[in-house]
Design a protein. Structure first.
Lengths: 430, 404
């Protein structure tokens, strides 16, 4: 190059590439490739845009013109004078009822609010492994705290239950060292029962010790009830599900048979029939004279229901573990409880977490079914007291939009978490 | 452990029941069995004493007694003088009707949405993603109630169809959308109508025979004959001929406005439509995800290999991708059908008289026989679920990848 004589008509550098034709670059290219690549695509695009535009054009003025400050549907219509507009004031007026039901004492609303705020703190370290591990201490205390905050009564009740569980655990650890898993478990159960029995005298003697105003279960309602049923039933059903899954995987025919029959029976019937059982049949099976609250009976049945589904998820996790893990545990000389607790279950549960989360989302949606047996959860509140009140009869979109929004936020959040977790847990290389 | 174990197989001591692996599982099972028997016995004794306290007993006689209530949708003969058993059967048929309708439409909707979500058209795939996420994450009960409420509030009343200044009119003079339901024409079979139907059935079989013949010809001789037009003509020509030769033995009965309501035709109640649409749209979102996962599970190499063999895109889809994707799609699809059948019990929320509404609702309330009613109700759903799972197992075994 250097010895090229400097001639005026010879170029020294290549011509810069000319810009691609406008159809092949930028926004136009993107639109051509993604929206109008062929005639079917073009039709689909135009149809979808028309469809979306139509919905937006119809709903925006309705939402925007909404009235927020009236006290009945009739007043809303007077204010709107026939123009399209939502009557959001029903949400303003009935907001507390939709969240807490219509019987929960108004001055105690801070208690469930605080409880569900703390719920986030409680589940954060379980959901995200990166958070400091000593936050798990709070997660362990939380169930007792939540019980005390929502149901009220003396603080001693949850404290006694917590103490009994600690005592049971200590007894279990001691006895397991000495004699083995089965006797250890038995001792633990006896210790729990003993402490509960002794504690009942203490709570009976001091009913006013750091007491909150007690609230009966039947006074719970609104979205709070959905959240309570969802969290309580899912957390109770995971241990039960583990036991059922292990039973179904075991090679003892009788135990396997019991678990298979239970799981398949529960999975074969709709939740509504189980709720009917809770509503009208279940009390026949308790000893005469017991009078369990409807909400407790419903919790029992929903827990059994979700335990069957969770058991199937965990069974999938157990089956997905390579055979070598079981054999390795055996060759280390671990007995069955040790192998399960130290080798198998930690891995199987890790694989099953996304599936369990899916069951939890489904279950949370299914808690709306309790409105069919006349409990006033969010849907029950909307269908019952709010829609049938004289001021708001005939209103439906505004109320159900709020219900859709509340459920969507929770369920979509959880399912996004489960997808994130699946990506985190993926150990193969893509 | 101590070193004294395994000194010989001779002596049996009681501690071997728990410490010896030969006996341990038997011990545990016997304990479990005894525990189960005791638990059952406890529950049953509670039940019996509770029942005797309440002055009740277990009896199935109420199934033969007069029901005394009306059912608004009667696919089989029923009136309120018939028995509770008959009413339950009407409910069962209604459950099956709505479940079948919802299964068919959910499948169509789900397949379309699942395929479109994979489309390279940005607007369409995003729209489908919104559809799937919006419907999957909200309880189906809310969708059922919304569809029901919107239809009963937005659709015109039957009286608005009346008179000269009617504000609403029927669609093509055949279909009327009212807030009491949708009225559509009904097929009326005259004497020779069954001949036409039989011809049509035979034509369907004929199409399958022809397609099998064409396939065998292709595989044996390599000759490809056109199948589309011949199939259509085999399907339609004989039926149409027979229909006109016999003088139109199948007619349509259009709904007509008489007095304050429509008479004639087929009346689809709002409760049926709300339940059907809600179940279809809700489950369709789940099916869309299954379809998407199934198609994505087939590696792109399959498409490329087929293209390298010189196949056209349509044939690649129908001969290479779909058969493999179906193996992934069908098992979750069938469990979605199960979910539809179970969710159809939500009919009770909008007053559709399925088996939960008749047997688990009115019959239960009238007779007060909760245990018997709910037991039969559960058995009904259980039988359906178990038979669908049995079919699924047969299918899975037939479709399983057969490796070595």
């Amino acid at each position: 190059m250097s010895d090229t004589p400097n001639i005026g008509f010879v170029r020294h550098e290549p011509i810069p590439p000319s810009a691609p034709p406008i159809q092949q670059a930028g926004v136009v290219k993107w639109i051509r490739e993604n929206l109008f690549s062929n005639w079917i695509n073009s039709i689909l695009t135009i149809l979808s845009i028309y469809f979306v535009a139509k919905i937006i054009l119809a709903s925006t003025p309705w939402m925007w013109n909404g009235v927020w400050t009236t006290s009945s549907l009739r007043e809303c219509r007077e204010v709107l004078q026939g123009t399209s507009g939502a009557c959001w004031s029903v949400l303003v007026e009935r907001w507390n009822q939709m969240l807490f039901g219509f019987k929960y004492p108004v001055e105690a609303y801070w208690r469930p609010t605080l409880t569900f705020g703390l719920l986030l703190v409680c589940i954060a370290p379980i959901l995200f492994q990166k958070l400091p591990r000593n936050m798990l201490m709070f997660s362990a205390i939380y169930p007792f705290l939540a019980f005390w905050l929502i149901w009220g009564g003396t603080l001693l009740t949850p404290v006694v239950v917590a103490l009994s569980l600690i005592a049971g655990y200590l007894a279990f650890v001691k006895m397991e060292r000495l004699t083995g898993f089965a006797t250890g478990l038995l001792t633990g159960v006896v210790a729990v029962a003993l402490v509960l029995y002794l504690g009942s005298f203490v709570t009976a003697a001091l009913p006013e010790f750091i007491a909150l105003e007690p609230v009966a279960s039947r006074d719970m309602g609104g979205f709070m009830l959905n959240l309570i049923l969802g969290t309580v039933c899912v957390s109770l059903s995971i241990p039960l599900g583990v036991v059922l899954a292990l039973g179904r995987q075991s090679n003892m025919p009788i135990i396997k048979g019991i678990c298979v029959v239970f799981i398949e029976f529960i999975r074969g019937v709709p939740l509504i029939t189980l709720l009917f059982v809770a509503n009208v049949v279940l009390s026949y099976f308790f000893p005469p004279g017991t009078n369990l609250d409807l909400i407790l009976r419903v919790i029992i049945m929903i827990t059994l229901f979700s335990a069957a589904y969770i058991a199937e998820v965990i069974r999938g996790g157990l089956a997905a573990l390579p055979r070598g893990q079981y054999e390795a545990a055996d060759s280390l000389g671990l007995d069955y409880p040790q192998a399960m607790r130290l080798i198998i279950l930690p891995q199987a549960l890790k694989i099953s977490i996304p599936g369990i989360v899916n069951v939890a989302v489904g279950l949370f949606k299914d808690t709306t079914l309790v409105s069919v047996i006349s409990m006033f959860d969010l849907v029950g509140m909307i269908r019952g007291p709010i829609s049938s009140s004289t001021a708001w009869t005939g209103i439906y979109w505004e109320l159900y939009l709020l219900a859709i929004l509340l459920f969507f936020v929770v369920c979509y959040g959880i399912s996004q978490y489960s997808q994130w977790l699946e990506r985190q847990l993926r150990t193969d290389h893509h | 452990m101590s070193s004294t174990t395994q000194t010989g197989a001779s002596k049996f001591s009681l501690s071997m029941l728990i410490n010896d692996t030969r006996y341990r599982s038997t011990t545990f099972q016997v304990i479990a069995l005894i525990g189960l028997i005791f638990a059952m016995g406890y529950l049953v004794s509670n039940l019996l004493s509770n029942l005797s306290d309440a002055g009740l007993n277990i009896s199935w006689r109420f199934f033969g007694e007069t029901a005394g209530y009306d059912i608004n949708q009667m696919p089989i003969e029923y009136n309120n003088q018939m028995s509770h058993g008959r009413a339950s059967m009407v409910g069962a048929v209604n459950t099956l009707i709505v479940a079948f309708l919802a299964c068919v439409s959910a499948t169509i909707l789900g397949v379309i949405a699942g395929v479109l979500r994979l489309s390279n058209n940005w607007v369409v795939s995003k729209l489908m993603a919104i559809y799937v996420e919006a419907f999957r994450n909200v309880p189906v009960l809310i969708w059922i109630l919304i569809i029901f409420l919107v239809m009963s509030n937005v659709l015109p009343q039957p009286r608005e169809f009346r008179g000269d200044a009617a504000t609403s009119s029927m669609w093509l003079d055949m279909v009327a959308f009212t807030n009491r339901g949708v009225y559509i024409p009904r097929l009326v079979l005259e004497d020779l109508g069954w001949v036409v139907l039989t011809t049509f059935g035979l034509s369907i079989i004929g199409v399958f025979v022809f397609r099998r013949y064409a396939k065998n010809l292709l595989f044996n001789t390599g000759r490809l004959i056109p199948t589309f037009l011949p199939s259509i003509s085999i399907l339609l020509v004989p039926t149409v001929l027979v229909y006109f030769v016999l003088g139109s033995p199948i007619g349509l009965e259009n709904p007509e406005l008489k007095g304050f309501n429509f008479k004639g035709g087929l009346h689809l109640r709002l409760s049926l439509i709300a339940l059907w649409f809600a179940l279809a749209i809700y489950t369709g979102a789940f099916i869309a995800e299954n379809v998407r996962a199934g198609i994505q599970a087939i590696s792109y190499g399959q498409t490329e290999a087929a293209a390298a063999l010189g196949m056209r895109p349509g044939r690649i889809m129908s001969l290479i991708i779909l058969p493999q994707a179906l193996r992934v799609i069908v098992p979750p699809l069938i469990s979605q059908y199960l979910n539809i059948t179970k969710n159809s019990s939500l009919a009770i929320a909008v007053g559709y008289m399925d088996i939960t509404g008749t047997l688990g609702g009115i019959t239960l309330n009238q007779t007060g026989r909760a245990i018997e009613c709910i037991l039969i109700l559960m058995l009904f759903y259980l039988v359906i679920s178990l038979s669908i799972s049995a079919i699924m197992n047969v299918y899975n075994n037939a479709m399983k990848l057969k490796e070595r």
